[in-house]
Write a protein that binds this ligand. Structure first.
Ligand SMILES: [Zn+2]
Length: 268
């Protein structure tokens, strides 16, 4: 039987609904779902099919990873499960952001080969000095805007938590595989994780985002290059929802490692 996170218990000490004031409310998720149902049919047959599935999501959940209401429930389980696990041994966790150089034109996000990206990551981890680490996270999406007059492009990237290993070992595992380029100034960023319970819930939930953004280049107060972000326009949210639906919840996760105390590592 397929794992059913809708029925999985949630530890209230790590529940994002209780702990994170910024966690999306049920009303916000329902509103977003209504907006998607209105925008998806513009995107052809795949959009029409997903719109009707989302429209049917009620007490009996549609289980689409493109559905904001179901995504909220998944994030609640995922965030609380990981935060509770990290809290058992809160030191020595690192957040890792990896930005591959591949970008996709608007209307062509379906070309993103996430299985290949995940397979490569799995191989990179297996061949590195952090091959035994527990790794938990997911794939995130931005729409990248440019300083010049190029059209914006989708940028899928990875964000995950690594238990153990140390900053240098983690950087060594990935730096050689993800080169810098003009549009990718910081392809691999490793940061020590802060360890109080609220930080754990925040970071664990952040590994599987529900709000997707435009990233625009700007200058900070000192005139240095920086980025600012705002929420995706509805047609872009709809294009992304079709991809998220195909990917499924577990397809979007990054999970590596072996620990019987955490069944979420091997859940199918
Ligand atoms: Zn749903």
């Amino acid at each position: 039987m397929k794992f059913n996170f809708y029925c999985a218990p949630i530890n209230e000490d790590y529940d994002p609904v209780e702990k994170l004031p910024s966690f999306e409310t049920s009303n916000q998720a329902h509103k977003r779902r209504r907006l998607l149902v209105s925008a998806l049919p513009e995107l052809g047959e795949a959009g029409r099919l997903l719109a009707s599935r989302l429209d049917d999501c009620s007490l009996k959940k549609c289980r689409s990873a493109g559905c904001p209401v179901c995504l909220r429930l998944f994030r609640r389980w995922w965030g609380s499960t990981i935060a509770e696990y990290m809290a058992r041994d809160p030191d020595y966790w690192f957040t890792v952001s990896i930005v591959p150089s591949d970008v996709f034109d608007v209307g062509h996000l379906h070309r993103f080969a996430w299985k290949l990206l995940k397979d490569r990551l799995r191989t990179q981890i297996a061949r590195s000095q952090i091959s035994q680490a527990v790794i938990l996270g997911g794939i995130d999406y931005n729409l990248l805007h440019f300083e010049d007059d190029r059209s914006p492009r989708w940028r899928p990237h990875l964000y995950f938590l690594t238990g153990g290993g140390g900053q240098g070992l983690i950087e060594n595992a990935f730096r050689k595989h993800y080169p810098r380029d003009e549009d990718t100034p910081r392809p691999v960023v490793v940061t020590a994780q802060r360890t109080d319970d609220k930080d754990l819930v925040t970071t664990a939930t952040y590994t599987f985002k529900a709000r997707f953004e435009n990233r625009r280049p700007c200058k900070d107060k000192r005139g240095n290059a920086d980025t600012e972000s705002d929420e995706l326009a509805l047609p872009h949210q709809a294009e992304l929802a079709i991809l998220l639906d195909r990917q499924g919840f577990l397809g979007r996760t990054i999970r590596h490692g072996d620990d019987r105390a955490l069944p979420a590592l091997t859940t199918r």
